[in-house]
Design a protein around this ligand. Structure first.
Ligand code: 5GP
Length: 193
């Protein structure tokens, strides 16, 4: 998606060869107009597939997941990192390793929010090693939902996330695919025609 690639080129900061900082439009300050356009793009790509819910991982996936859900006309569900066990009795949970923080966290989903009748689109901000998305898949399997695919804003294609998800039979759609980066240099994989 040209709009996102341009934004990454002008406002993204390659901290090193592995980490891209997008705090000024995705992770800290949020650009609502860009989110709206990205939601439209995801909805167009995944339309006609019978999606019943858009599922995301808190917190940076929430904005694009919401705009996608609005466009598809379905609810959005947030996989939570710090659930209230008092408020949620029927919780499915799994452990995920965080790429950026180098730590592990528990990801949870209430079986009251997603179940075997759901066909789910997963939306997240980044795809790196695929750990977060694989954790989301594990949870969705536990509640017997089916998965239409994964939509990510930015894929770092030099990391193994896409291959890991494809091996599990998951279709991945990325709005911007970075093949290489270093300070002052970001290279994208051209969009498919
Ligand atoms: P994965 O589980 O695919 O390795 O990493 C996905 C998660 O790590 C994303 O949800 C995102 O929060 C974070 N992440 C991975 N790489 C980057 C990066 O280069 N920049 C930022 N800002 N977050 C990243």
């Amino acid at each position: 998606m040209k709009l996102l690639e341009e934004k990454i080129r002008t406002d993204g900061i390659a901290v090193n060869e592995d980490i891209l900082k997008v705090d000024s439009f995705i992770n800290h300050r949020v650009d609502p107009f860009l989110m709206q356009e990205m939601g439209r793009e995801f909805a167009a790509h995944f339309s006609g597939q019978g999606i019943t819910k858009v599922v995301t991982i808190e917190s940076s996936g929430i904005a694009p997941a919401l705009t996608t859900a609005i466009e598809l006309g379905v609810p959005m569900v947030i996989l939570k990192k710090q659930p209230s066990r008092v408020l949620n009795k029927n919780l499915a949970h799994t452990m995920v390793t965080s790429f950026t923080k180098g730590t592990s966290y528990e990801l949870t989903l209430s079986t009251e929010q997603v179940n075997e009748n759901d066909h789910v689109l997963i939306i997240d901000d980044f795809l790196a090693n695929g750990e977060a998305a694989t954790g989301a898949l594990r949870l969705l399997r536990k509640v017997h939902a089916t998965v239409a695919g994964l939509g990510v804003l930015i894929e770092k294609s030099f990391q193994p996330g896409r291959a890991k998800l494809n091996e599990q039979g998951v279709h991945v759609y990325a709005l911007a695919r970075i093949s290489k980066m270093s300070e002052n240099y970001i290279e994208f994989i051209p969009e498919e025609a």
